[in-house]
Design a protein. Structure first.
Length: 266
């Protein structure tokens, strides 16, 4: 009777690319920075509850609240999601470091102007306000470049991760590009109106695009998080993928609806 050959040990499935200690340090820094930004947003929600004032308008506590929460969540999401991209360690670490610094500058400038009681964007009343406003505009441009580079990496090589993560990451970045385009359009339109002497019109010009910008901004967190949660269930891969397709369809529908509203009210 021939001996039964020993079975080779199972090779664990790799759900993300291995990351050196330097990359992990950058990730921890970005996660910590994101948490600080979120806490800043929550703290200013308390300030709004105590101090009151309008929620809408160019001067309100809404901006440090929403920008702190949004930038913090986006920084954490992008740091996590890019671990599934096939990008070399050093370029990714550099891009994430610049991204984190830019997030701090954006939230810091907006928060500073809120405490000064003046608009943060499109404010050219004084040399200092102009410097802050233009810094925020340039910072927005940097964000567009960085996130576009990550999006291109996601489509150039298939992302790793559990089943469905590649689809979720690519869909999240594709929708995020809509947020970047709408944000750039708001800044460009507002700066043109401000430079031509239509300050009040510049503040109101961003309103139609805000829902589109806000909805599409967080797909990069929602869709990969859903894919990760589905991968933790015992459901069949077919069912998980169908649910993910349905979620992506719902998200795209919401983005299209917000885009239609922007067109009708612009």
């Amino acid at each position: 009777m021939e001996p039964v050959p020993a079975r080779a040990p199972a090779v664990p499935t790799r759900t993300s690319l291995p990351r050196p200690s330097g990359a992990r340090r950058v990730e921890r820094l970005c996660h910590a920075t994101g948490v600080v930004l979120i806490l800043s947003g929550l703290a200013h929600l308390v300030v709004f509850a105590v101090d009151g004032g309008p929620w809408d308008g160019p001067v309100s506590w809404r901006k440090p609240v929403t920008f702190g929460l949004s930038f913090g969540a986006t920084l954490i999401a992008v740091t996590w999601v890019t671990s599934y991209l096939r990008v070399r360690t050093r370029p990714r670490a550099l891009l994430l470091t610049v991204f984190a610094a830019d997030c701090v500058v954006e939230v810091g400038g907006i928060t500073l102007q809120a405490w000064r009681g003046v608009p943060s964007h499109l404010d050219m009343e004084t040399p200092f306000d102009t410097a802050v406003s233009m810094t925020l505009a340039v910072g927005g441009g940097v964000l567009v470049v960085l996130l576009t580079l990550f999006a291109l990496a996601a489509f150039r090589h298939r992302p790793s991760g559990p089943p469905g993560m590649d689809l979720a990451v690519r869909s999240g970045f594709a929708i995020l590009l809509v947020a970047l385009a709408s944000g750039a359009a708001m800044i460009a339109r507002g700066v043109v109106l401000t430079r031509t002497g239509h300050q009040e019109a510049a503040y109101h010009s961003t309103a139609p695009l805000k829902p589109l910008h806000g909805v599409s901004l967080h797909a990069i967190l929602v869709l990969p998080a859903l894919a990760w949660l589905l991968s933790r269930t015992r459901w069949s891969e077919t069912l998980r993928r169908r649910l993910l397709y349905a979620a992506i369809g719902c998200y795209v529908t919401a983005v299209v609806g917000a885009g239609a509203w922007a067109v009708l009210t612009y």
